[in-house]
Write a protein that binds this ligand. Sequence first.
Ligand code: MLT
Length: 249
Amino acid sequence: MKLFVYHTPEEVPSDCLPGCAAVIDVLRASSTIAAAIDAGAEAVRVFRDIEPLLEASEGIEEDKRIRAGERGGQKVEACEFGNSPLAFTPENTEGRQLFLSTTNGTRCSESVCNASNVIMASLTNRQAVVNYLATKRPGTVWLVGSGWQGSYSLEDTVCAGAVIDGILIAEKTPLAELTGNDEAIAAVALFRQWQDQLPELLMSASHGQRLLKMRGQADVAYCAQLDVLDTLPIQRGIGTFVQRKPEDL
Ligand code: MLT
């Protein structure tokens, strides 16, 4: 198993696909998808754009769906919810389909949707990601940061480093044996440097700063938590994520 880190979807190779692609958008899309699945969502359906989201959700009864949209950190008018992971509770999410479109995370998901396996990774469900990869052992794994409109996001790289570090510890594999590119080694170094100060790192990161200006303190603090959800959203049908089942191995 070789793990590669790509800071944005634009960086992934165009001539091949991995055994598994992990979509990372710590602030906030992948954290939100893990939270919604953990709150009992039947499925999370991701869309790059709002129009297809509205069309696809039109046929679903109102009490069986939730529409959530975010642009620039703000809620999209046509949707009931924005992209806060704290908005999804068992009371408002259990048994419903969540239709989600965000600035970067759902776009990133679309860019790797044809990989054999696609999972959602965040700091909150990092150990669940490590357990899946350490058991499934795909030949090639892409850890793909969603970034911000094509630019680098610190929080996505520290999450990629946390996943690799978790596997290194679980497998006692030499770093050079497990990592497929220098970005992966740098990501581990970043995580080891900041693993005890993740809230500080996320609040210092450019998108963390952007959210703090929108009174997003609670979201940033939530997304900075490590290993608090034993939930692994896995793609079952293009753009549809459900909770991984034991047989998914
Ligand atoms: C994104 O997809 O860019 C993020 O999730 C944005 C956000 O929710 O703040």
